[in-house]
Design a protein around this ligand. Structure first.
Ligand SMILES: Cc1cc2nc3c(=O)[nH]c(=O)nc-3n(C[C@H](O)[C@H](O)[C@H](O)COP(=O)(O)OP(=O)(O)OC[C@H]3O[C@@H](n4cnc5c(N)ncnc54)[C@H](O)[C@@H]3O)c2cc1C
Length: 401
């Protein structure tokens, strides 16, 4: 019998985990190919530190080819350009690849059209490596000629953790630079209340985040959309206008164009509609994990917010997909089921030399347990986690927690 072919699109949290886990599940008796637009793994959670010079790109990335080679996975540095689902093949910039099973883990891209002026570069963002490098160049210019700062997350954004982390790291850096008293720092968010985080909030989260803002003398505009971002000025939907010398705005994310074009499986944002097995709704042999997988927002907020599809659920989804593909290849029924909402929330919000550990039994309500633990140990935990995760991913130890 010919060996089955598993094709994985994307080589970051979701793709790397799915590719190596499926090899592990089948004791190597499967051909796995990863096609990724980036030839390096990127530890996105550390992008919040890059603009302040606390990390360089090489500290938080590693080349993917040696890792995959070591584990018997073929790696192709290319971009998928068309999904031919009926023929079970994918066109890429490096040729066409046939598959028996496909895993889509192509993640996100910024939707800078969400607010006029964002795409013109009137504010920085930190959500990609290039963006964070650019935000660092701007930060160094800011230190020579400081003024007020606005940090925010737009309507429809979901990555609120990164906005909070950058906010508190900025406050910390201002203090270190002796600029704290000279600079007004303001947080603007579409969240209905502080500490909502796009996951509905956790017990005492609103008061805890309120205390953090008060302690750092940070002003806030909550539950508000941005109308436009001009050069040096953000206008909010409630007509407030905030002048700035430096602004960092987290935009909403969307899926990749190659996914959005596959209308059989994708929603209008370019995310893949999946079952709780991470198989697509229409095809048993096509899976999607991580940010590429659609999650329905379970609430309506006065200002729209997105869902933070973080690293832990991405890894969990990749393991579910890998187990189910292995079962299908063995001729068994798929056994693993886990909705995004019922995956535990495990996160750290860094605040420079302080932070908050966020733990909950479920990403989305209803929950039995949810706790926020503030303190300097949170910062230490994020530092340790970064080192551990990069080691684990680089050596392909994806079966470790
Ligand atoms: C600033 C920031 C901070 C964050 N902080 C945290 C945190 O503290 N904790 C946490 O748990 N999570 C955090 N996250 C979220 C975390 O980064 C995501 O959960 C994770 O990156 C999702 O992984 P993924 O593999 O689904 O997608 P991605 O990481 O987006 O990876 C997608 C991969 O697909 C590739 N690709 C894209 N298009 C194509 C194509 N057409 N063909 C082939 N390959 C393609 C890309 O090059 C990339 O390698 C943060 C995210 C950001 C942006």
């Amino acid at each position: 019998m010919t060996r089955k072919k598993v094709l994985v699109l994307g080589g970051n949290f979701g793709g790397l985990t799915a590719a190596l886990a499926v090899r592990h599940e089948l004791h190597g008796d499967v051909d796995v190919t990863v096609v990724s637009a980036s030839d390096r793994f990127l530890f996105n959670p550390s992008l919040i530190w890059l603009p302040f010079g606390k990390r360089a790109p090489e500290d938080i990335t590693f080349p993917l080819a040696p890792t995959f080679e070591e584990h018997g996975v073929e790696f192709v540095h290319a971009e998928a350009t068309r999904l031919d689902l009926p023929q079970r093949r994918v066109e890429t910039t490096a040729g066409t690849y046939a598959y028996d099973y496909l895993v889509i883990a192509t993640g996100y891209r910024n939707n800078l059209d969400a607010v006029p002026g964002l795409a013109d570069g009137n504010a920085f963002t930190i959500t990609t490596l290039e963006d964070a490098i650019h935000a660092g160049e701007g930060w160094r210019r800011f230190l020579d000629d400081p003024g007020d700062i606005v940090i925010g997350a737009t309507q429809g954004a979901g990555c609120f953790g990164a906005a909070y982390e950058f906010l508190f790291n900025t406050a910390y850096q201002l203090r270190k630079a002796g600029l704290k008293k000279r600079v007004n720092l303001t947080y603007v968010t579409s969240e209905p209340f502080l500490g909502h985080f796009g996951i509905g909030g956790l017990p005492h989260g609103e008061s805890l985040l309120g205390m953090f803002l008060k302690k750092e003398r940070i002003g806030s505009h909550i539950n508000v959309a941005m109308r436009e971002v001009d050069e040096g000025r953000i206008v909010l939907e409630d007509d407030a206008a905030l002048e700035f010398k430096y602004a960092m705005i987290v935009p909403p994310f969307v899926g990749q164009p190659v996914v959005r074009a596959a209308t059989e499986i994708a929603d209008e944002k370019g995310y893949v509609k999946v079952r709780d097995t991470y198989q697509t709704e229409t095809r048993d042999e096509v899976y999607a994990v991580g940010i590429a997988a659609a999650v329905e927002v379970p609430w309506q907020t006065p200002t729209p917010v997105g869902i933070p599809k973080t690293g832990f659920p991405t890894e969990q989804q990749a393991h579910v997909a890998a187990k189910n593909i292995a079962a299908q290849i063995r001729g068994e029924a798929v056994q693993e089921h886990k909705t995004f909402g019922e995956i535990p929330a495990v996160c750290v919000m860094d605040a420079g030399n302080n932070g908050v550990i966020i733990l909950a039994d479920h990403m989305l309500p209803p929950r039995k347990h949810g706790v926020l633990i503030p303190g300097p140990q949170a910062h230490a935990m994020k530092l340790g986690f970064e080192k551990y995760f990069l080691w684990k991913a680089k050596h392909g130890h994806v079966m470790l927690p």
